[in-house]
Design a protein around this ligand. Structure first.
Ligand code: C2E
Ligand code: CA
Ligand code: CA
Ligand code: CA
Length: 279
């Protein structure tokens, strides 16, 4: 048993070396990905649960790697946060999402908001507010159609500075949402200090909201809390018609998830908005 334990250990260290080597090359590849146009955004529609109209979309980043194929954000965003590349990548995301959203409006579609995900490092960057301001001005999107998503753990960190930043963004007319709500450290005491427009109920509470009484009460409580604070509430991870009926019955404002639509390429999104049909 001992010797097999040792073998396992050796095997494990080899694997670890391979992995850190891979990580190194992936890291240098990411430097090139931006300028080689290997990054792109997909958009997941968000609907008003009262009438089913599309009122927004969330931009989600993808990396089409020339050798490794499609890479999910979880496999490169943490690395980009570590090495600082998240700053230029974040600006690219903001520019691209605003440009696409304005293009839809220019094509005559009913205006909707686009939400982008922020990382902790962007929010604490001293130039953040200024760079957001200059991007939306350069592109010419009405800031009311831009939404920034932050998580509880991001705002709990360095609360005083974050309040200033979020207030600046709010004054510009940008919408702010609190992502993955319910999974981070409790921010209930701070909730009223942040100019948050929307809470996003984390998908982990939605998956079994129709069958697990605990998840149901959590979702209902988040909806009541949000409405009590005059904040909108959106559910993510809406995968089944049962989720949709639960959320409608309980007064949730908006929804997003595979049952409504998967994240779509920009062209497929445009088709979805034009025809109401999922390509
Ligand atoms: P998130 O912001 O919580 O995004 C929701 C994730 O759930 C997305 O995964 C989405 O594709 C997936 N999803 C949507 N509907 C459903 C559903 O009905 N069921 C299930 N099981 N999943 C669903 P994705 O695109 O892989 O993104 C993962 C995370 O990566 C995001 O989590 C976000 O934290 C981060 N991320 C994505 N794009 C960006 C970006 O541009 N910048 C930054 N900083 N982070 C990003
Ligand atoms: Ca999000
Ligand atoms: Ca606001
Ligand atoms: Ca989320």
């Amino acid at each position: 048993a001992k010797s097999s334990g040792r073998n396992n250990f050796q095997f494990y260290t080899k694997e670890m070396n391979a992995t850190s080597g891979e990580r190194l090359s992936l890291e240098s590849d990411l430097w090139h990905a931006l300028k080689n146009d290997e990054l792109f955004l997909v958009y997941q529609p968000q609907i008003d649960l009262r009438d089913g109209t599309v009122i927004g979309m969330e931009a989600l980043i993808r990396w089409q790697h020339p050798k490794r194929g499609l890479i999910a954000p979880m496999d490169f965003i943490p690395m980009a946060e570590c090495n600082g590349l998240i700053i230029p990548i974040g600006i690219w995301v903001l520019e691209t999402a605003c440009r696409h959203n304005l293009q839809l409006q220019k094509e005559g579609l009913p205006p909707i908001r686009v939400a982008i995900n922020l990382s902790a490092r962007q929010l604490s960057d001293r130039n953040f507010v200024e760079s957001v301001q200059s991007v939306i001005e350069a592109i010419g999107l009405d800031p009311h159609y831009l939404e920034l998503e932050v998580t509880e753990s991001m705002v709990m960190h360095n609360v005083e500075d974050v309040v200033v930043t979020l207030n600046d963004l709010n004054k510009m007319g940008i919408q702010l949402s609190l992502d993955d709500f319910g999974t981070g450290f409790s921010s209930l005491a701070y909730l009223k200090r942040f100019p948050i427009d929307r809470l996003k109920i984390d998908q982990s509470f939605i998956f079994n909201c129709d069958s697990d009484p605990g998840d149901a009460i959590i979702a209902q409580t988040i909806i009541a809390l949000a409405h009590g604070l005059k904040i909108k509430v959106i559910a993510e991870g809406v995968e089944k018609s049962e989720h949709l009926s639960f959320l409608k019955k309980n007064g949730c404002d908006e929804g997003q998830g595979y049952f409504i639509s998967r994240p779509l390429t920009f062209d497929d999104l445009r088709m979805f908005l034009l025809t109401g049909k999922n390509p």
